[in-house]
Design a protein around this ligand. Structure first.
Ligand code: FES
Ligand code: FES
Length: 180
């Protein structure tokens, strides 16, 4: 009688991602999805998993500034990338205009789709400061919302677009003590 032994060799790869400006390095299996790197390695659980099949957009993050469904990318594929998640939107205790828009215009109900929806909106407004309603609807067409009917999401993004345009048009105040 012969005895068979099965040996499993687990290869890991060293991956470094900069998430919201902070570097994270880990030895990961090649099959590890980006969304799991973000949630489990970096501990940033604001990025949601809704379907795992590239359908819902709940897992959307920005990869080098471009919206991407993080359940569809392997962490090893984006080694060295700059990732932005919902946790990186607020700066110095101030909500990003897109976050503010979702509050002001009631752009969420259960909130499950919201982080992905907001990242998609941020990318849209960074490349198109004055989108039409059609352009907004097209931009968020990969992000599903089961609660809102989208009307208030569109309004939230329009609100944010206006805030961002006004902020651009207003010169920054001179630092205290500076000569004017
Ligand atoms: S969890 Fe990634 S698209 Fe749904
Ligand atoms: S607010 Fe519930 S899924 Fe969009």
């Amino acid at each position: 009688m012969t005895t068979q032994t099965t040996q499993t060799t687990q290869t890991t790869h060293k991956v470094t991602l900069t998430i919201n400006g902070q570097p994270y390095t880990a030895e990961v299996e090649p099959r590890l999805l980006l969304v799991h790197f973000i949630r489990e390695v970096a501990g940033l659980t604001g990025t949601h998993i809704g379907c795992d099949t590239t359908s819902c957009g709940a897992c959307t993050v920005l990869v080098n500034g471009v919206p991407a469904k993080s359940c569809t990318l392997l962490a090893v594929q984006v080694d060295g990338a700059e990732i932005r998640t919902v946790e990186g939107l607020e700066q110095d205790g101030k909500l990003h205009p897109v976050q503010d828009g979702f509050v002001q215009e009631h752009g969420l109900q259960c909130g499950f789709c919201t982080p992905g929806m907001m990242l998609t909106a941020v990318a849209l407004l960074e490349r198109n400061p004055q989108p039409t309603e059609d352009e907004i609807r097209r931009a968020i067409s990969g992000n599903l919302c089961r609660c809102t009917g989208y009307v208030n999401i569109v309004k939230s993004i329009q609100y944010a677009a206006k805030q961002m345009r006004e902020a651009q048009a207003t010169p920054a105040p001179a630092p205290v003590g500076a000569e004017v």
